[in-house]
Every structure is written in C-alpha cells, then in structure tokens.
Design a protein around this ligand. Structure first.
Ligand code: AMP
Length: 215
C-alpha cells in the first residue's frame, strides 16, 4: 500500500520476480479493460472514474480482484498492488479468504512525503509491454521512449495530469487511510520508509518477508 507514485509498482515487480508469484494490480486490470474496450459499457464506466482520479466502485473492483485471485497461478501466493484501497475492499478480501482457509499474510505500507511522491509522479513513463516504470530525472531509459528491459514502447498515463494527480492523492488520503488503520489494528501492517533508493527499499521488503517465513 501507499500513495500514487510512492513506488508500489516498481517494488511489486521486484517481489513478484523474487518470490515467483503473480502481481495482481487492479490499476493494470482496469487499464487493460479500457484499452481493449471490452465490454464497451464497462470500459466506458472505468474510463470515467480513472480519468477523474476517482476510485472505481467497490462492487466492480472487488469482483474483478477476487476473480483474479481465484485463478490457479495465485494459489501459491501473489503480490497485490493497488488493492484493497477501501475498507469495504479489505473486508471483502478477508471474508473471501477466510472461507477458503487462506489469509492476507502481510500488508506493507510504503511511506514518503507528499513532495517526494509528486516529484516521482511527474515525469513518469511506463512500459506498455512489461510495465516497468521509468522517471525522466531519477531513472531515465537508455533510449527515450523505449524500455531497457524488453524494448517495449513507453507511455505516459492519461490520469497523470497535475490536476488529476492532486485529486488522486486527496482520494488516497480520504479513502485509504482507514484501510491502513484496519490492518494496523489486526497487527498485519509493516511500514517502510520509501524515500530511500529503490534498492534499499527492496532490501527492507525482503527482510520483512523472509522474517515472516521463519516465524
Ligand atoms: P493505479 O494504477 O493503482 O494507480 O490505479 C489507477 C486507477 O485505477 C485508480 O486511480 C482508480 O481509478 C482505479 N483503481 C485501481 N485500483 C483500484 C481499487 N482497488 N479501487 C478502486 N479503484 C481502483
């Protein structure tokens, strides 16, 4: 968990690679629905919320995430990125897992001050093929417009205009702060200082996750 731009996507990719589990990122799933425009009414609905920086309604988001989590490749573990984002989503996830004898083992909050997050959001480019994240100033691609890892085309997200970015941060504070409290109250939350370098944050995440395996 963490505000937009804090580095969830980058760290999720690293954790998924390291622990050989899929990343389930509702933001990526919604982007795919709107790009493929199937079904058209759903794509239109999703587009309206995303373009304003609003959250997609809970019922739709919960169904999408739980369907994905029930697929065979998620049975041995997964990294969730961008879900749950509301208390209703967190409760729905716990309920769905309890009925299958599974649990949300670890919730990690990436923390960084607002000015750092805004700087990271500005100038962000994503790979259309492998979802790798670049930043014009702090982490530029070797060739502008092309992904270093897979050669895919880089694009800017349509919901990253300054106005929408600002709104997304406000929505995050309003809707997602209670989710942090929800996981804190059940002692499942670890908080990591994400202002440090990408490698330093990765090292701490791995330490937290490995510790848990030993317990
Ligand atoms: P992200 O890529 O995670 O920043 O998500 C991009 C956009 O997708 C968000 O601004 C929301 O409009 C929508 N979205 C992604 N995940 C969720 C979620 N868990 N609940 C509601 N809306 C979501």
């Amino acid at each position: 968990m963490g505000p937009p731009g804090v580095g969830k996507g980058t760290q999720s990719r690293r954790m998924a690679k390291r622990y050989v589990v899929p990343i389930i990122a509702t933001g990526d799933m919604f982007r795919r629905i709107r790009e493929e425009a199937t079904p058209p009414e759903l794509a239109q609905e999703v587009r309206e919320y995303m373009d304003k920086g609003e959250y997609v309604p809970d019922d739709l988001t919960i169904k999408l995430a739980l369907d994905r989590l029930s697929q065979p490749d998620a049975r041995g573990g997964f990294v969730l990125d961008g879900f749950p984002r509301t208390v209703r989503q967190a409760e729905a996830l716990d309920e769905a897992f309890e009925s299958h004898g599974r649990c949300v083992g670890h919730v990690i909050l990436l923390r960084a001050p607002l000015d750092v997050v805004l700087k990271r959001l500005t100038g962000r480019w994503l790979c259309s093929r492998c979802a790798r994240v670049f930043n014009e100033s702090s982490n530029p691609p070797m060739m502008p417009g092309t992904c270093d890892t897979c050669g895919g085309e880089l694009y800017r997200r349509s919901d990253e205009t300054p106005e929408v970015q600002h709104h997304r941060l406000t929505v995050y504070e309003r809707q997602t702060a209670p989710v942090i409290a929800y996981y804190e109250s059940s002692n499942r939350l670890d908080s990591v200082d994400a202002e440090r370098s990408v490698d330093e944050v990765t090292t701490e995440l791995v330490a937290i996750l490995n510790d848990d395996k030993v317990e």
